[in-house]
Design a protein around this ligand. Structure first.
Ligand SMILES: Nc1ncnc2c1ncn2[C@@H]1O[C@H](COP(=O)(O)OP(=O)(O)OP(=O)(O)O)[C@@H](O)[C@H]1O
Length: 357
């Protein structure tokens, strides 16, 4: 994508939100929220339903007026400078916002015609598979087809900033891959991509920077590897054993067995030393565990959901044998026992809780 002469430099903040407040009926659904998104990066905004993600994004898009705080997109005010920003910003709304009566192909060509130097519509329709339904009216499109069309409309104008509200929601795996490829390409072209998603694997794969929002506030922010606590991107060191088995097994007993089998001072490479959890891990709210590193223990074991057990500690082959013995003693045949690091979903659930909203 050609870079416009007035494009933001690669490291500049393309979107800056400070102290954003948005109230409905006296209730602050966005409550002093700060967010930054840079050019040439994918910024993911994660959060439970109703956390305030869409409201925040829509304030950045100039569709809602903040009650307090400042929002700047490419240094401009999205409401006061809406006309200047329109050709420089791409928007994919959560509900599509497409005209129902028009055919898909016509909608995309119409949107493309509003920009000075649009992308090649033919190339875009082919890569997002829009060809096959280009003559279908928007009202007859499936959910995933509508999403693909909305995404095409958001990127066709070569905006310097692109806001994508749940871009791959309802898409089949093939479409999702195509969307991810397109988003990576936008980043490589220097676009600031801001997206919301409920798909943790999507965020983990795509995002350079993540903001976790809850109750209208950012409760954690950082790169994915920072949020994953071990702070070392690409590490292959296992720090967690995950077991799927019968609910209600004795986690205290497993903790004791793992502690007994782990020699004092045993710290596999890449794993935090006992009593010294990484900074991000220290920030994570306490979970229901049977031991914490601060008590001098090396293992924390929890059953965060019935039948799912997470044992975090210095995993080695002996730890797996201990877990297998624990299961055998309980007479439980596990559906799965896996090792690895914590996932972004683990971190998200730790931060936002496991109850429904
Ligand atoms: N126009 C409105 N009038 C009143 N309340 C609103 C309005 N728009 C949003 N809200 C409320 O604001 C809160 C935040 O909504 P928002 O759509 O920003 O959440 P979200 O994080 O995007 O959720 P989801 O993941 O479900 O899309 C919700 O409680 C919602 O009901």
């Amino acid at each position: 994508m050609p870079t416009a002469p007035d494009a933001a430099p690669a490291a500049a903040a393309a979107v800056e939100v400070h102290g954003l407040v948005k109230r409905y009926g006296g209730r602050a659904v966005v409550d002093h929220l700060d967010l930054t998104a840079r050019a040439g990066a994918v910024t993911a905004v994660l959060g439970p339903n109703g956390a305030g993600k869409t409201t925040t994004i829509e304030c950045c898009e100039g569709l809602r007026t903040p009650d307090d705080g400042t929002v700047r997109v490419l240094g401009l005010d999205p409401v006061a400078d809406a006309r200047t920003l329109r050709p420089r910003v791409g928007v994919m709304l959560q509900d599509g916002g497409l005209p129902n009566g028009a055919r898909a192909g016509e909608v995309l060509r119409h949107v493309a015609a509003m920009y000075a130097a649009p992308r090649d519509v033919g190339e875009l329709t082919e890569r997002l598979g829009i060809d096959s339904f280009a003559r279908t009216s928007v009202r007859r499109l499936s959910g995933g087809q509508r999403q693909r069309l909305a995404l095409a409309c958001a990127v066709v104008g070569r905006g310097q900033v692109v806001f994508l509200d749940e871009p791959s929601a309802g898409m089949d795996p093939q479409s999702r891959r195509a969307v991810w490829e397109l988003i990576r390409e936008l980043r490589a072209d220097g676009v600031a991509v801001v997206l919301t998603t409920h798909l943790m694997d999507e965020a983990a794969d795509l995002a350079d920077h993540v903001h976790v929002v809850d109750h209208g506030q950012v409760i954690a922010a950082g790169t994915v590897s920072e949020l994953l606590a071990d702070g070392s991107p690409g590490t292959t060191t296992a720090t967690c054993v995950r077991v799927e088995a019968r609910p209600g097994l004795d986690v205290a007993r497993l903790t004791a067995a793992l502690e007994a089998d782990t020699p004092p001072g045993h710290t596999p490479p890449g794993h935090p030393a006992p009593g010294h959890p990484p900074a991000e891990q220290a920030r994570t709210p306490a979970r229901e565990t049977s031991g914490t590193p601060s008590e001098g223990r090396r293992w924390t074991v929890a059953e965060p959901e019935p039948g799912t057990y997470l044992a975090e500690g210095p995993v080695d082959p002996g730890s797996l044998a201990t877990v297998a013995t624990w299961l055998a003693d309980a007479g439980s045949l596990a559906r799965s026992v896996t090792t690895g690091g914590r996932t972004l979903e683990d971190v998200f659930l730790d931060l936002t809780g496991r109850h429904l909203r």
